[in-house]
Design a protein around this ligand. Structure first.
Ligand code: GLP
Length: 244
């Protein structure tokens, strides 16, 4: 079941999302957080850091698993998701780096790395709450529109539209990696709770399609309609095409 909450702007969306994540951390200090990258969750991380600095949050026992990573990027590359997570969250709070996990994009053996990652999530007891953003084509993690839903962590070929959308972070489109390791749709669906954040008018069409259209692997996020605990927090612009 999907519950949709409207926030008036990006800041309010970020605060609401951070509130939900912080409630999870307070209720279960050693919880497993599934984390996401992209521009959307940056404000959520900033808010968590602010509350940590005020003494309201303690990450010392928190464990994390990230959704995805570009294949072939070194951790020191400022476009790697490993780098992103350290920059926006891990290096700013008292989390134990040993408790943080991002797929290893530098492992050339895709099958080996994806298998390791999937087993790691299982060994942690699964994800308590998975934070998600939403791609313009409906992707979650790096699960691109496809003929079927992927069960497990796997290696994907990024679509032209994703390369196009993400090139703003790289020197040119040619520098965007063509592949990524990502949790599968099945991996994401096994999370106990899901929290999806989305903002901006450019996402309004895909929000309506994903949450009010047919469930299809051509719109990967549409599968969330079949999860029993999903919260979507969108700003007014992103929710402007939701049927009322
Ligand atoms: C990226 C990430 C996704 C993210 C999406 C949207 O490709 N792999 O996890 O949700 O794109 O990004 P943004 O929030 O910048 O729009």
């Amino acid at each position: 079941m999907i519950k949709i909450y409207e926030a008036k702007d990006y800041q309010e969306m970020s605060r609401k999302a951070a509130n939900i994540l912080s409630a999870q951390i307070i209720l279960k200090p050693d919880c497993v957080l599934g984390l996401a990258t992209g521009s959307t969750p940056i404000g959520t991380y900033d808010q968590l850091v602010e509350w940590y600095e005020k003494g309201d949050l303690d990450f010392s026992k928190v464990k994390t698993v990230n959704l995805d990573e570009y294949r072939g990027l070194e951790r020191t590359n400022d476009q790697s998701y490993y780098y992103f997570m350290h920059e926006h969250l891990f290096d700013r709070v008292n989390i134990d780096p040993a408790n943080t996990n991002v797929p290893d994009g530098t492992e050339p053996d895709a099958e080996k790395e994806c298998e390791r990652y999937e087993r790691l999530i299982d060994s942690m007891g699964g994800v308590d709450i998975q934070l998600l953003g939403l791609g313009h084509n409906g992707h979650i993690g790096f699960n691109e529109p496809a003929a079927s839903f992927a069960q497990k962590t796997h290696c994907v070929d990024l679509t032209e539209s994703t390369i196009e959308a993400n090139k703003r972070f790289f020197a040119s489109a040619d520098d965007v990696p063509r592949q990524a390791y990502t949790m599968g749709i099945g991996t994401i669906m096994r999370a106990k709770k899901i929290l999806l954040v989305v903002n901006g008018e450019a996402k309004a069409d895909i929000v309506a399609k994903a949450f009010f259209g047919p469930v299809t692997p051509e719109v990967p996020a549409s599968i969330l309609q079949f999860h029993n605990d999903v919260v979507v927090i969108g700003d007014s612009a992103a929710l402007s095409k939701v049927p009322r």
